[in-house]
Design a protein around this ligand. Structure first.
Ligand code: MRU
Length: 356
């Protein structure tokens, strides 16, 4: 079984961070080298790199880049720089907890090596990023194994946004489940919701699925209910940006609507996410910060062509919260968590708390 698809969305290349600029897909597969921390910050903010696990990895690589360029050679100077980098990079996007989780891991290394020289600290930081990436690859692989068990040959599946190789270290969470089922020779068909306003479903998910040989059909978001009924959807799999202690979770705007529709149509609704996406310091979903983005994402297609009258009032939250009551199971690298979520999440992840 593969542990990465054909995409490698981010990597460290001897002093620069190479990313795939996802805003250009599917028209062109263009790599971009980020040479400064502010370029990484902008790449995250502008969704050149996106998806919760990948945002965490990008943050860690941005931190590594910043420490690589740090003027201080040791101790308190490096620690000061680490604190500044952590706060700055964390400010790029607020909802995906993977970002603050990865940055906290990086800062812990700097704190633990406060008496060492810069070169040694840098080597350890580089190893930590490699560990974060390796762990992500392993977690995606394990999730795909558990998730695929819930899929039978002949199933018609649905997803929203992009929770694939492009959103992780290369395999995916929700899409990883589909890849695994496909590799196991199950015959599946996937309906991808386009995901307004930035069309991650239309641009990225269909691109990825098609490249991986999956039978894919693109639908507009407002077709989901008819497709669930008319095309007999078997199950829905989505990713997550942050999961609270009671199992409520934030994911791309439109996820909550799908969960409500799935409950009405009695279709199993699964969230697929690794430990790095859990935030056990938050008791429930209403505490998850929801990013609001530039209104031009709604009023004009890619900021080019107006599709709404100038001056119209716009609300543009990038995420919504799906309450745990609507969730059939949370597929993690440690197995599928079912109701009662609060108890079972605690049993699996203990008292671990994210540093935000
Ligand atoms: O705004 P985006 O494109 O970063 O939103 C991404 C999502 O909502 C994904 O579903 C989520 O991050 C999980 S990715 C494995």
């Amino acid at each position: 079984m593969k542990q990465r698809t054909f995409v490698n969305p981010i990597e460290w290349r001897g002093g620069v961070v190479r990313i795939i600029d996802q805003t250009r897909l599917p028209v062109e597969l263009k790599y971009e080298d980020c040479t400064t921390v502010s370029e990484i910050w902008r790449a995250i903010k502008k969704l050149k790199v996106r998806g919760a696990p990948l945002i965490g990895i990008a943050g860690a690589l941005g931190f590594l880049l910043g420490m690589h360029k740090a003027r201080s050679k040791d101790g308190s100077g490096l620690l000061k720089e680490a604190k500044r980098l952590r706060a700055y990079l964390a400010s790029s996007r607020p909802t995906a907890v993977n970002l603050s989780w990865a940055l906290a891991r990086m800062q812990t290394i700097v704190e633990a090596l406060a008496d060492r020289q810069k070169e040694e600290v840098f080597c350890e930081l580089k190893s930590e990023v490699e560990r974060i990436i390796d762990e992500d690859i392993q977690m995606c692989f394990k999730m795909s194994e558990y998730g695929s068990k819930l899929i039978r040959s002949g199933d018609r599946l649905m997803t929203v946004c992009n929770a694939g190789g492009l959103a992780t270290s290369g395999y995916g969470t929700a899409l990883g489940v589909f890849y695994r089922a496909h590799e196991e020779k199950k015959k599946i068909k996937v309906y991808a919701c386009e995901t307004r306003p930035l069309l991650q479903g239309a641009r990225l998910t269909t691109w990825e699925l098609m490249h991986n040989g999956i039978d894919t059909t693109l639908i507009c978001d407002n077709m989901a209910a008819s497709v669930m009924r008319g095309r007999n959807i078997s199950a829905i799999f989505v990713g997550a940006d942050r999961i609270a202690a009671n199992g409520d979770f934030a994911n791309k705007i439109g996820t909550y609507s799908l969960a409500v529709l799935a409950a009405y149509h009695k279709i199993p609704f699964y969230c697929v996410a690794p430990f790095s996406t859990f935030d056990l310091s938050l008791p429930c979903g209403s505490r998850i910060p929801i990013e609001e983005r530039d209104i031009r994402e709604v009023t004009s297609l890619y900021f080019k062509k107006p599709i709404a009258p100038a001056g119209v009032d716009v609300f543009n939250p990038a995420f919504d919260i799906t309450p745990h009551e609507l969730v059939s199971g949370i597929i993690t690298e440690k197995g599928v968590i079912r109701r009662p979520f609060e108890e079972n999440i605690k049993a699996i992840y203990g008292e671990s708390v994210k540093n935000s």
